[in-house]
Design a protein around this ligand. Structure first.
Ligand code: NAD
Ligand code: MG
Length: 393
């Protein structure tokens, strides 16, 4: 049967890769809806090509502009607007699959609604799990949603675990997991060399082509920190059983080490269409457009410990995970504020971990019981981090 898919964040890097995979399999997938913040030129092309029934443009002015263009062309598509439209969209019974590829905290309500509605949830938006891990996983359990990780490391771990793993490492002989990190554009830099790095340098990733926020996260190693927290919730492993190793070639996407000495990993070209195709088709396999790995051309695999002195964001994430409760949500909120300020040239690169450290120290722990409690702590942390950025704590 044809899967009806909603692509949230269709104009982004993951959204475009998703549509690229879907376009290769018109009989299997129908794009029921597209959603984005405002990039209406690209969205208009996507609408012409995929003919969705529904389009959401969260920004009202952009939505109005797009509606006018579509109406002038004689199109019957209704453009909806506002963040609430995303939530009602993913709840519609007409859809089976939700690609959650909005960046940052803005993606949480719709990703969570998809989990609550029992959909097949393709989760790229790692921030949703970092902020709301317990609430999100509980929603998945209750509704019976199928949660498939898109983040390449987590998708690799998912593929390297037994099919009936059920978040139970002991029963499956899992010793620990190893998340690989490319090291980003500043791999090998010492702290002194990071003082004057620019947003342009930070977003030019050597291996992966991604949106600006995750590119800065990769440069600071916060991306790996967020992924450690994401892995904790997805796979039921404590912080001590999640390791990080720098692997600049990005060919091994992550590994599972078993108690008997076996190591199972997933390898491939660094192209997000592989995990996207995996999650779209699971448990089957489909073509993704990614060329097959040529082992002979993989000259060598390097591995190194991450430099926590130069890249303290990774340690901050481990600390937040160990503290638990709302600490990961605070970490995420402070990071989003700090990264936006860095991209706006309001703060230096090395101020990013400082803003996060101080926000984590200031905002006390808070139980996360539902979406509102998560959004509440997110707001408080953002407010404090913004004041730090503006120099008026
Ligand atoms: P991107 O910046 O390229 O795209 C973001 C998308 O989100 C765009 O379509 C944008 O319109 C939409 N968006 C932004 N703010 C919004 C809002 N307030 N409301 C509605 N839509 C909004 O980002 P990306 O690189 O595609 O990353 C998307 C998510 O996937 C992130 O959470 C990222 O961490 C994760 N991810 C990305 C990659 C990658 O290779 N790009 C890999 C792993 C995980
Ligand atoms: Mg990743």
């Amino acid at each position: 049967m044809q899967q009806r898919v909603v692509v949230l964040g269709s104009t982004g890097s993951i959204g475009q890769s998703t549509l690229d995979v879907i376009a290769r399999h018109p009989a299997r997938y129908r794009v029921y809806a597209l959603a984005a913040l405002r990039q209406i030129d690209l969205l208009e092309n996507q609408i012409d090509r995929f003919k969705p029934a529904v389009v959401v443009v969260v920004d009202p002015a952009a939505a109005e502009q797009l509606q006018a263009r579509l109406t002038a062309k004689g199109s019957k598509v209704q453009v909806q607007t506002g963040a609430e439209a995303l939530v009602s969209l993913v709840r519609t019974p007409e859809i089976d699959t939700v690609m959650a590829a909005i960046v940052g905290a803005a993606g949480l309500p719709s990703a969570l609604a998809a989990a609550e509605a029992g959909k097949r949830v393709l989760l790229a938006n790692k921030e949703a799990l970092v902020m709301a891990g317990p609430v999100f996983m509980e929603a998945v359990r209750r509704s019976g949603a199928l949660l498939l990780p898109i983040d390449s490391e987590h998708n690799a771990i998912f593929q390297s675990l037994p099919a009936n793993y059920a978040a139970n490492p002991e029963a499956n002989g899992v010793s620990h997991i190893v998340l690989t990190a490319s090291g980003g554009p500043f791999r090998g830099y010492k702290k002194e060399q990071l003082t004057e790095v620019t947003p342009e340098q930070a977003v030019s990733h050597p291996k992966w082509s991604m949106g600006p926020k995750i590119s800065v996260d990769s440069a600071s190693l916060m991306n790996k920190g967020l992924e450690v927290i994401e892995a904790h919730f997805l796979f039921g492993l404590p912080a001590e059983k999640i390791k990080v190793v720098v692997h600049p070639q990005s060919t091994i996407h992550s590994l599972v080490q078993y108690v008997d000495g076996s190591v199972i990993a997933e390898l491939g070209e660094p192209d997000m269409r592989t995990p996207i195709a995996h999650a779209l088709a699971w448990p089957e396999r489909i073509q993704s457009g990614v060329s097959l790995l040529d082992l002979v051309s993989c000259v060598q695999f390097d591995f190194a410990e991450p430099d926590l002195e130069a890249f303290p964001c990774l340690s901050l994430a481990f600390e937040a995970l160990k503290r638990g409760g709302s600490a990961p949500a605070v970490l995420n909120a402070a990071n989003e504020v700090a990264v936006a300020a860095f991209l706006d040239r309001k703060i230096k690169f090395l101020a990013i971990p400082e803003v996060i450290r101080q926000t984590l120290a200031e905002i006390s722990d808070y139980p996360l019981t539902d979406l509102d409690s998560v959004l509440d702590v997110d707001r408080r942390a953002r407010h404090y981090a913004q004041a730090l950025v503006d120099g008026t704590p």
